[in-house]
Design a protein around this ligand. Sequence first.
Ligand SMILES: [Mg+2]
Length: 175
Amino acid sequence: MGLTILLVDSQGHPVRRETLAEASLPFRHVAARGRTEIGECAAVADQPCNVLTVSIPDLQCLLRDFVTERDWEQFHTPKNLVMALAGEVGELTEIFQWLTPEQSISVLADPVQAGRVQEEIADVFAYLLRLADVLGIDLETALTDKAAKNAAKYPAKAARGTAAKYTDLPPGDKS
Ligand SMILES: [Mg+2]
């Protein structure tokens, strides 16, 4: 496959050019489903190329296809997905449970530990994406709505430098 694609970051800035065969699975999945655009990529190369970004719906589509190809939708009920998500959070927790705070900060310095952390974070993310997909919850809307609520509950001035719950913050100052 001779297609060359330009990978861009979430702001649309060029990151690097890759052949489709070199691109990671989410990008190959997006390209296979035909969602490519011809874009300008002068910062990376001097000729037009196909520009690919991977969005949250793209990742959900990737996982949905994986599940469908294996006839696993029958197992992906909301209850099962919540339990699987909790199980993966437990696996991630297990890596950290006996570390000192300092060891937890430098956990990625050990390549073996770094690989385990990355895999468990991916498992947690995958089940969260699947759960939202099955329930029909728009993750971007859910997160931005909740971030706005948190910003109102934890005004920067009142909450700066304290881990206190919002109910225990000094009243009145909403800036
Ligand atoms: Mg796991």
